[in-house]
Design a protein around this ligand. Structure first.
Ligand code: NAI
Length: 657
């Protein structure tokens, strides 16, 4: 519902005609002004075309003809005499804008509000060209105004609360959601954060990374609708360059990516419009660059993009420019981010964001990366995000220690950590039992959608602990060990109905590697090491040589029969590991995979898991057989010698008996 009757729009270019269309659709009488009749005619025919499209898709309540009857194109500003609200979308030149406003100031009613759609010029400096600074405000639309759901409302230094309230009502009346920027800062909210993310993509490119990998990381790891480089090409490299140049002219320090932009502009690599930017465009019609998910995207740390965005968001909050909620809304509705930067931060961990910024600051010496004091303060108060129950927002958090196993509920997933770092997280009785309890706890909690398992210290898990050697003394005790200690966990995992993600942080040997066969997604640090050396001590790896060979790969035979070590990449070739990642990305990649897994609804996930389990469990009789073999081996002299030599750290002397 219109909140008054007449709206004036200055400029009938890309933004102006779109804004006029939005206002007319909402029921306002619209006065659209430009310098020439030709430009106005062009704007009007574009509005007509757009209204027809909206009609065809059933999005109009009235006919295009009725809507157009409210449109009054004019080259004469005097026709604005009765308008209640003016939106200026003239060319981005402060002299032109100031001239228009000062002229209008003498034409319109004293109650009329002036809004400017400027992207870069301070609102307050434009307001000074009028005698109504209290009735002057920023109203920043996104392109195209008809389709984009959000506007930024920016307060000038002297904007009154009443002007803000009327503008909020106006935004609502034209069907737009809004964010409020309480102080007149360059870039407002969305472009301030964009001003931190786009440069990082450009710098990664300048450092020699492939454009497709950078964009693949943004799209397929962070879930952005477009890669940053393809989006830069789309909007025009010159636009970004000019925005950066304006900032430098205003006295801001030259941003680190400035030289790259300048070089591209000098070389006429302006993006889609010049046929070449980061990508090359051969067809006359715009075709999106082909960006495919690939392994290289895992070598690029998503924090390169997210950490500077969070730092900027923290600055906006600390300076009381925007609320956390508006920051999130701005980036989600304005830029199509899957979640706002603060939610990313809470999920990835404010500590990780902080460490990353400090490292970048240290590496580059550029105060562009200096962590905002708000982040430091949050860390001092223990507010590090989901894993502490509170960061920028509040989260459900629960922690229980089950012997050496820590169970944490991280809002909607669980993290299970093996915590015997001094023993390389070896599986003693308490560890086996604690793991079974933790997995069962996660299973019973309806809110838990996925489970992460990892190890503390330099190992994921070194396998069975020699402390349990007393179990291997005779047949009866081996059977008892299996029934009492290992089977409860193996049974639980064999029938588990939620996705299990392993973060392999270091060595995974013996039983530690074998358990991976029962997990669904294995992320390994690139310096992790794997082996199933049980054969070397006169035993056998029961899970690996049965379920492992059948369900994962025949190639496991090589490692079972030789005890050879393998790297994370070799384990990936085997099919045991899914993603190999630099060590500093392990934790955030786990979060990323949980986020992806949560897109599958719980019942589907359960059905998928049941099906997978049914296939994996067809090898359980082979595991039974392997367990019987282990019982037999446990009675041999070679087995005893193997154990003894292992404890005494010497070469065993095997006799084949
Ligand atoms: P444009 O160049 O397409 O249109 C500007 C229009 O202003 C032209 O039609 C021009 O003839 C007219 N004009 C120039 N002097 C005038 C005057 N004295 N009186 C009346 N009209 C005059 O530019 P565009 O892209 O529509 O941008 C307009 C404003 O919106 C700029 O301030 C820009 O920063 C801002 N903006 C642009 C966005 C975009 O994606 N293009 C997004 C958000 C804001």
């Amino acid at each position: 519902m219109p909140i008054f009757s007449k709206v004036g729009v200055i400029g009938a270019g890309t933004m102006g005609h779109g804004i006029a269309e939005v206002a007319a659709i909402a029921g306002y009488q619209v006065y659209l002004n430009d310098v020439s009749q030709d430009i106005l005619n062009n704007g009007i025919s574009k509005i007509n075309w757009s209204l027809q499209k909206l009609k065809e898709s059933g999005k109009l309540k009235e006919s295009p003809e009725i809507i157009m009857s409210r449109m009054n194109p004019t080259t004469n500003l005097r026709d604005f005499m009765d308008v209640d609200y003016v939106i200026e979308a003239a060319v981005e030149n402060s002299e032109v804008k100031k001239k228009v406003f000062s002229e209008l100031d003498n034409i319109v009613k004293s109650s009329t509000i002036f809004a400017t759609n400027t992207s870069t010029i301070p609102i307050s400096s434009l307001a000074e060209s009028t005698r109504r600074q209290d009735k002057f405000i920023g109203l920043h639309f996104m392109n195209p105004p008809v389709l984009m759901p959000l506007v930024e409302i920016i307060m000038g230094n002297k904007t009154s609360q009443e002007t803000l309230e009327i503008t909020v009502q106006f935004a609502k009346s034209i069907g737009k959601d809004y964010v409020i920027v309480k102080k007149d800062v360059p870039g407002f909210l969305i472009n301030r954060i964009n001003g931190r993310t786009f440069p990082e993509a450009i710098l990664l490119y300048d450092e020699g990374h492939q454009k497709e990998d950078i964009d693949a990381m943004a799209r397929f790891r962070l879930g952005m609708p477009m890669g940053f480089l393809e989006l830069l090409d789309f909007t025009g490299i010159d636009i970004s360059y000019n925005a950066a140049l304006e900032a430098v002219k205003r006295g801001e320090k030259e941003p680190p990516h400035f030289k790259v932009l300048k070089k591209m502009v000098d070389e006429k690599r302006l993006g889609v419009k010049s046929g070449r930017g980061f990508y090359t465009y051969t067809s006359k019609v715009y075709e999106r660059p082909k960006i495919l998910p690939n392994d290289n995207m895992y070598s690029l740390n998503p924090l390169r993009i997210i950490a500077p965005a969070v730092n900027e968001a923290a600055w906006l909050i600390r300076n009381e420019i925007s609320s956390p909620q508006d920051i999130e809304k701005g980036m989600v509705k304005g830029m199509g981010w899957p979640q706002g930067p603060l939610t990313f931060a809470d999920k990835f961990g404010i500590d990780n964001i902080m460490n990353f910024l400090e490292q970048r600051y240290h590496e580059t010496g550029n105060d562009y990366y200096q962590p905002d004091p708000l982040l430091k303060e949050m860390i001092e108060k223990g507010k590090i995000g989901v894993k502490s129950g509170e960061g920028f927002f509040k989260w459900n958090y629960e922690r229980v220690d089950l012997g050496p196993v820590r169970y944490e509920k991280l809002h909607d997933y669980a993290k299970i950590t093996m915590r015997r770092a001094d023993k390389l997280n070896a599986l003693n009785e308490a560890m086996w039992t604690g793991l079974a309890q933790a997995f069962n706890k996660a299973k019973e909690d309806r809110e838990v959608r996925a489970v992460i398992i990892t190890g503390e210290g330099r190992a994921f898990c070194a396998g069975d602990d020699i402390e349990m050697m007393h179990y291997w003394e005779n047949t009866a005790s081996v059977i008892e060990w299996s029934q009492k200690v290992s089977s409860p966990l193996i049974d639980t995992l064999s029938n588990y109905t939620k996705p299990v993600i392993a973060e392999v942080n270091g060595l995974a040997f013996g039983g530690g590697m074998e358990l991976l066969i029962l997990f669904d997604i294995v992320i390994a640090s690139e310096d992790a090491m794997f082996a199933i050396p049980e054969g070397l001590i006169g035993a056998l790896p029961p899970l690996a040589s049965s379920v492992g060979v059948g369900f994962v790969s025949r190639k496991i035979a090589r490692y079972a029969l030789t005890g050879e070590w393998m790297s994370a990449r070799q384990a990936k070739e085997l099919g045991l590991v899914d993603i190999v990642i630099p060590p500093d990305q392990l934790e955030i990649t786990g979060v990323e995979i949980v986020e992806k897994a949560k897109r599958v609804p719980p019942l589907s996930a359960m059905s998928i898991k049941k099906t997978i389990n049914s296939i994996r469990n067809t090898y359980l009789d082979k595991l039974q057989m392997a367990s019987q073999e282990l019982v037999l081996l446990s009675t041999t002299e070679d087995f005893k010698e193997g154990m003894k030599a292992f404890i005494e750290r010497r070469q065993p002397k095997y006799k084949g008996k």
